[in-house]
Structures are given as structure tokens and as C-alpha cells.
Design a protein around this ligand. Structure first.
Ligand code: AMP
Ligand code: MG
Length: 313
């Protein structure tokens, strides 16, 4: 059955409620959503992505009232973080409620919760009338998708409906913070910066990301078919054929050794364009993508995290 393409969040939610997978936009990246309470739909997500069963899904909610449906308890630091960053690109790990299927949480006793801020995502989630489990809409280990077209191309045979919308604004995934322990712990840097988190939760530990705490950290991730290498300056790249460059510093004038090039004016633009550039390079048969290192401040921390993990693939 071919997928339905729609601009209507109501129609997309109807497909989700009928047990199908739905590609939908958020402010971070595109998601592959299913009814979080329907085990058969959850199984389809893991199958479609080729995702290991122990890598849990983020549960997306329309509003904070729904948190009681998925979490047993909300620690006070989680309340503070939600007050500051919900709705938005922050995912919070909470103790899991019993009614959430174990497959959603990779059999952990915790659940990841996020409320996206993009109005069309909120409308879709409201019409879903319940929690929506959604990983990024890409095959496991591949870069996240930032356009509906890229998501559709990659996952089409498995998808009931695509909620078509603009390219994702941020372009990198949400920040993940574990609030189930004695102190909050950063598990994945993302669109909400560490500096902003510290302002609300000064005890936060940034030495998180331990594989047993966030199973997603164990796996190869964000990698295009081309080799990714991190460079300090574009002039560092030798002139091997089929090489591309993305970064903030333009190469010195003169003959450019690159077959594809993306200069970004800010960290925001770098984050926004990174995964789309990876995919464009793949299509052009690029063999190696040189990515300029940035300093690990603000969004720079999330960019460097994704680059390192794409480069070690
Ligand atoms: P993605 O599905 O690509 O958006 O990635 C979701 C990330 O959240 C992965 O790194 C998961 O391992 C992590 N995650 C989801 N649920 C949990 C949880 N209950 N505990 C820790 N990490 C989680
Ligand atoms: Mg992902």
C-alpha cells in the first residue's frame, strides 16, 4: 500500500490511531511515530528502522497533562526543567508508568518524554489523543532526516502516512537529560545547550552518556555512506577526488579541492544544514566529507557530538 502524503495533522493522526506508522515534522528532526500504547505498531517502528530492540524510543506528548499517562513520578528537578524548556527540544527521562509497553522503553524501567514546540507537531499529537512513540525518521545508524522527502525516501515501504511540512529548523536532535537519579545527568547534547540547562539545574552532571544509561549511545550513529572526517581548517584537507567540505570558515580563494561545499554563517546554520548536506553528498557519490571542528559551546557541543560519532562509524 503506497503511503498517503498530507498536510493535515488531523489526517496524519487518523492513520496513527489506525495502527500505522506516520512520518511527522518537529522543530529538531523528522520523527517516525506510532501509537505508543499499541505493541504491534511499536514493533513496526523497530522493524522499519532496523533498530536494536534495546534502544528505547522517545514518547512524544501534546501537553504536560499527558505526563501522568507515561511516568510514575516526576522528580522536582524534572518539574523545573519542564517549566523552563517544555514545549521544546528537550527530552527528559522519568520513572516509567506500568501501562507503557516494555518494547517502547527497551525494557528499561524509565521512559523518555518530550513535548515538541512546532505547532503542526502539537496539532498532530493532540489529534493522536495519546502518547506517540517516535525515534528519528531514518534507518538505524544513519543520519537523522530533516525533510519529509528524505524520510519518505528512506522508510517508504513501512509508512502509512507522511505529514508533509517545511524542513526542520534546528536540524539536530533533542537534548536528553536523565532525571531518575540523585542528580540530573546529560545523556545526549542537543538543541538545548548545556549552558541553558545549568541555569535551571546547577547540579546537572554532563559526564553522562554512559551506554547502560542511554542505550542509543552504544550504537553507530548519524553516519552517511561517505567517510566523515573532522578538520581544524578547510586547508587541512588534501585534494583527494570526491571530497566535500562543510564548515564556517571558507577555504582560501583559489582552486577549491572540493566537489561539494557548504559554508555556514553560524552554529545554527551548521546544525540546520549538516544532515541534509550528508545526504546530498551521498547522492553525488562523494567519498569523503571534511567537517570543520567548532568549539564546544552552545550548539557547538551537539554538533561536535554528532560529528565524532559519524566519524567513528
Ligand atoms: P532517537 O530515537 O534517534 O531520537 O534517539 C533517542 C535517544 O534517546 C537514544 O539515544 C535513546 O537511547 C535515548 N533514550 C530513549 N529512552 C531512554 C531511556 N528510557 N533511558 C535512557 N535513554 C533513552
Ligand atoms: Mg536517531
Amino acid at each position: 500500500m503506497p503511503s498517503v502524503l498530507t498536510n493535515s495533522p488531523q489526517e496524519a493522526a487518523w492513520w496513527l490511531r489506525a495502527g500505522h506508522l506516520v512520518i511527522f515534522p518537529t522543530e529538531t528532526v523528522y520523527g517516525l511515530g506510532c501509537d505508543a500504547m499499541a505493541e504491534s505498531a511499536v514493533a513496526k517502528v523497530f522493524e522499519a528502522k532496523g533498530r536494536p530492540a534495546d534502544n528505547p524510543l522517545i514518547v512524544h506528548l501534546a501537553d504536560r497533562q499527558q505526563i501522568a499517562l507515561v511516568a510514575r513520578r516526576v522528580p522536582s528537578v524534572a518539574h523545573q526543567l519542564m517549566e523552563a524548556f517544555f514545549p521544546g527540544p528537550l527530552t527528559i527521562i522519568l520513572p516509567k508508568a506500568d501501562n507503557i509497553p516494555d518494547a517502547v522503553t527497551g525494557h528499561l524501567d524509565t521512559v523518555a518524554v518530550r513535548i515538541p514546540s512546532l505547532p503542526v507537531a502539537q496539532e498532530f499529537l493532540r489529534n493522536a489523543k495519546g502518547p506517540v512513540a517516535a525515534p528519528s525518521a531514518n534507518l538505524s545508524s544513519r543520519p537523522s532526516t530533516t525533510t519529509w522527502q528524505a524520510a519518505y525516501e528512506e522508510l517508504e515501504p513501512h509508512v502509512g502516512c507522511v505529514l508533509c511540512h517545511d524542513p526542520a529548523t534546528t536540524g539536530l536532535e533533542s537534548t536528553v537529560v536523565d532525571c531518575t537519579g540523585p542528580i540530573p545527568r546529560l545523556l545526549r547534547p542537543g538543541a538545548v545547550s548545556l549552558e541553558d540547562l545549568y541555569a535551571v539545574a546547577p547540579t546537572l552532571s554532563a559526564i553522562g552518556g554512559h551506554p547502560h544509561r542511554s542505550p542509543g549511545m552504544r550504537y553507530r550513529h548519524y553516519a552517511p555512506s561517505a567517510a566523515v572526517c573532522i578538520v581544524r581548517h578547510p586547508n587541512e584537507c588534501d585534494s583527494a577526488p570526491e571530497t566535500a567540505y562543510i564548515g564556517i570558515t571558507p577555504p582560501e580563494s583559489g582552486a577549491s579541492p572540493f566537489d561539494a561545499i557548504q559554508i555556514c554563517r553560524s552554529l545554527e546554520e551548521y546544525a540546520h544544514r549538516l544532515f541534509a548536506f550528508f545526504r546530498r553528498c551521498e547522492k553525488r557519490g562523494i567519498k569523503r566529507i571534511c567537517c570543520e571542528e567548532v568549539s564546544e559551546e552552545g550548539l557547538g557541543r551537539a554538533i561536535m557530538d554528532r560529528l565524532r560519532r559519524a566519524a567513528t562509524a
